[in-house]
Ligand binder design. Structure first.
Ligand code: SF4
Length: 289
């Protein structure tokens, strides 16, 4: 049985229909020239743009304009044009979905990729699909999210001490990015990790795909990755020392919050909350009683 799927396998939720698309584009903090090369026409993108991002705001804005993977660009935009009946009237985001959460997060949750009618519709990670419902409900239970629901970017959700992201920022056809697309997207995650280095102390990786993708990014971000690499399992735990002698990072494995896992009981809310709680404690975050 596979336990590894993008955000939510695209089952509609009962979120509001917002004809103009809620929330608007991300702040452009520091991205001054929208006509600049952004992928297919610049072989150094996204590596160069990632390294040049001086803050997570800048990085998020750069991610949102990336077009480095032709297949994923075509798919995310096709899904956005065609939509689905349950979301009639939505203006899909149809762009890369940046990470979400504070720039001083102590805990980072890493998924796989946005869902075609979830994050690719709403423009925010794990927002607008069942997998997000499960994830944010668990974070809310722990006191790390202001609410259990995540329906659109203007829904008021705030995360405390935790940020969510993915190794692939565009929705993939059939919910499967290729290894080449995963590798192309890696500089974004590597830079995100690097920018979080001062505060991040624990990582929860949802699913085997994310687990495979995250270790090269961690190596690029400044941590020493053990050899052989730790194997993925639900409840797996590995401690990575920092290359510069800084604080260690604890990496936790967890089954993905896909519908296939949550609907079948492979991953229950208690299992998810347990892993997130252990990771939050390792990160030094105060939890709800
Ligand atoms: S998957 Fe990543 S590298 Fe590829 S187009 Fe999307 S944001 Fe860019």
């Amino acid at each position: 049985m596979r336990h590894d799927h993008p955000e939510g396998c695209d089952t509609p939720t009962d979120g509001p229909r917002e004809p103009t698309g809620p929330g608007g584009p991300p702040a452009t903090g520091g991205v001054s020239d929208p006509g600049r090369l952004s992928g297919t026409d610049d072989p150094a993108f996204p590596g160069r743009a990632g390294r040049a991002a001086v803050s997570l705001d800048v990085l998020d804005a750069e991610v949102a304009r990336c077009r480095a993977c032709p297949r994923l660009v075509a798919w995310r935009e096709q899904v956005g044009r065609e939509g689905r009946p349950a979301y009639a009237g939505w203006e899909y985001w149809a762009r890369p979905v940046p990470g979400y959460g504070p720039d001083d997060a102590a805990l980072l949750v890493v998924g796989l990729a946005p869902a075609a009618h979830g994050g690719n519709r709403t423009g925010r990670m794990f927002t607008g699909d069942r997998s997000g419902d499960v994830l944010y409900a668990a974070l809310h239970r722990l006191g790390l999210a202001s609410q259990a629901e995540a329906t659109h970017r203007g829904d008021g959700l705030r995360l405390t001490g935790v940020r969510v992201t993915a190794p692939v920022h565009c929705a993939p056809p059939a919910n499967r990015p290729t290894p080449g697309e995963r590798d192309t997207c890696r500089p974004w995650l590597a830079r995100e990790l690097e920018l979080l280095r001062p505060t991040v102390r624990a990582l929860v990786v949802l699913g085997a795909f994310g687990w495979q993708a995250v270790f090269p990014a961690l190596a690029a971000g400044g941590w020493v990755v053990p050899r052989p690499r730790p194997r993925f399992a639900h409840g797996a735990r590995a401690r990575l020392p920092a290359r510069d002698g800084g604080p260690d990072l604890e990496v936790f494995g967890c089954y993905h919050v896909s519908q296939r896992n949550t609907f079948t009981g492979v991953l229950t809310p208690d299992m998810l909350t347990d892993v997130l709680g252990d990771a939050a404690r390792a990160a030094g975050l105060p939890l709800a009683p």
